[in-house]
Write a protein that binds this ligand. Structure first.
Ligand code: FAD
Length: 494
């Protein structure tokens, strides 16, 4: 590539497209020339309203002001996800974003907690995580001596608009129109230009495919192929509906299992996002719609929208001069709200490895390897929730309980069951605390654990665990409610 600005063309203006365009323009300034094409006639998928804490880091990289973001997107705070009816009907646990307070280089927290529980004095696992207890109590504040780890619930439509304002301000050129044809270089097969209806042609050096499930560039043009993971992740459809808020927003997402999948509740400042995720092999669309509408709490604001998908990923996320981000790169269902993270980390990696010297096979391979490794770990973490069910009340759950799973996950489950060891691999997005909370929450009981706690002086373990619990309870009791926090920090007029 020459010293001229590199022409980056982003195809698609959903959450993925605007995150990519805004981040590249903001971080690379005059080194690039960013054009984004989107079609109002086609529209966006319009869901994707829960994030994980890495969204905060990404915003910090981009110097996005948190208060402006919270106000503009009607966002609320997310401290974790409550899983209801997953292991057994009637069960409930929260996968919180917290870190356990006690661990040594030899043994993580669970080994001490399991010993305390065996001795009959430890409380439930969640009692040791401030984020867990704050979520349950509906309390939150930022900062302080021991800041809570948190993410956001946001309005996806408002978020795209918010990013668009920043992006356009930083030089992103937005072109409205429908891409009718993708032109390839006859010799190299690289994408040369996008031709829009109405005779507009957009040439570029690097193309970012954010066109959603269809993958107009990466799949329809470059035919990279799709790796199907639906045998492990059997849901393949969702219906989404927004409702009026009928209560103060809670600072966590709800994930409520039903006989053929699960339902989400995502509380925003001005409304609630609801959806039902299901397997069409086990539930008719009409039955799912009825279930959704009969269980939402407020008045629906729109008709439920049906979205069909197949869990999996593109065989290669970066092919020739085209990188796919967002739904065009693959989808591992929204159970742990990982999609937005995956394209934030995707664009972060692109910025770190930006191909100023040309797009070589090495550049692509490194990116693809990193993206694949992370996605496979995320996939395993999500399968874990399904596989560890004890539910026997429907064909869907019996399938999940009995299905074979990837070797990488089978090993993790076996190791935890035998030894209580959970670990964070270098490519793991989810930390030990996440694996632990879900495994214990789903009733996976370790047979043994590290015995370092037995080396403590008599009564010391009991006292340490008790002090920790008391500290968590006292901290949470002193916090404002989530609503009070929103009123003082996030209201548009505050
Ligand atoms: P889209 O929103 O589909 O955008 C595609 C863009 O491409 C649009 O602008 C469209 O106009 C444009 N386009 C397409 N074809 C053309 C063409 N020919 N010409 C011009 N423009 C074109 N993620 C999370 O992180 N958290 C969640 O809680 C979460 N929940 C989800 C729930 C469900 C049911 C689903 C399906 C996904 C969820 N996701 C979630 C994922 C999240 O919705 C998506 O990752 C996110 O919305 C990004 O979508 P996108 O930008 O890739 O695609």
């Amino acid at each position: 590539m020459s010293d001229n600005p590199i022409r980056v063309v982003v195809a698609g203006g959903g959450t993925a497209g605007w995150i990519a365009a805004t981040a590249i323009a903001r971080m690379l300034g005059q080194l690039v020339q960013v054009t984004l094409v989107e079609s109002e006639a086609i529209g966006t998928v319009g869901v994707g309203e829960a994030t994980i804490p890495t969204a905060r880091t990404f915003h910090e990289f981009l110097k996005i002001d948190e208060q402006s973001f919270l106000k503009a997107t009607q966002a609320t705070i997310k401290l974790g996800i409550a899983f209801e009816n997953w292991a057994r009907v009637g069960d409930r646990y929260i996968h919180s974003f917290g870190s356990a307070p006690l661990s040594t280089w030899m043994a993580d927290f669970q080994h001490f907690w399991l010993q305390g529980r065996a001795e009959g004095h430890a409380g439930p696992l969640g009692d040791y995580y401030p984020e867990y207890k704050a979520a349950e109590a509906g309390r939150f504040t930022r900062g302080g001596e021991a800041p809570l780890n948190y993410a956001y619930h946001l309005d996806a439509g408002l978020y795209a608009k918010f990013l668009r304002r920043i992006g356009e301000n930083d030089g992103v050129k937005r072109v409205e129109g429908k891409i009718a044809r993708v032109e390839q270089n006859a010799e190299t097969g690289d994408i040369a230009a996008l031709h829009l209806e109405g005779d507009i042609c957009i040439e570029g050096d690097l193309f970012i495919d954010c066109t959603g499930f269809r993958g107009l560039l990466i799949e329809e043009t470059l035919k990279t192929g799709y790796e199907d993971w639906s045998r492990w992740l059997p849901t393949n459809a969702a219906l989404a509906v927004q409702t009026e808020a009928v209560a103060e927003p809670i600072p966590y997402t709800r994930s409520i299992a039903h006989e053929a999948g699960w339902q989400w509740r995502i509380p925003l400042q001005h409304r609630v996002g609801n959806g039902i995720v299901f397997s069409t092999d086990h539930m008719e669309v009409d039955a799912a719609r009825e279930k959704l509408l009969s269980t939402v709490e407020g008045k629906p604001l729109i008709e439920p929208r049906l979205i069909r998908y197949k869990a999996g990923k593109r065989r290669q996320m970066w092919v020739k001069n085209c990188l796919s981000l967002g739904l065009s790169s693959g989808f591992v269902e929204p159970l742990e709200s990982t999609s937005i993270h995956l394209f934030m980390i995707g664009v972060t990696r692109l910025l770190q490895q930006f191909p100023f010297g040309g797009i070589t096979p090495e550049v692509r391979e490194r990116y693809n390897r990193m993206a694949d490794n992370e996605l496979i770990r995320v996939r395993d973490f999500i399968i874990l929730h399904y596989k560890l069910t004890e539910r026997d009340d429907s064909p869907f759950w019996r399938y999940c309980r009995d299905m074979s799973i990837p070797e990488s996950l089978a090993e993790r489950i076996a190791l935890f069951r035998e030894t209580a060891q959970a670990w964070q691999a270098p490519d793991d997005l989810f930390r030990v605390d996440s694996w632990l909370q879900v495994m214990i929450g789903q009733r996976l009981e370790p047979k043994s654990w590290h015995k370092q706690a037995l080396l403590m002086s008599p009564g010391r373990l009991q006292q340490t665990l008790a002090t920790m619990r008391e500290r968590v309870a006292a901290t949470v009791a002193g916090l404002p409610t989530h609503q009070q926090f929103i009123d003082s920090y996030c209201r548009a007029d505050a």
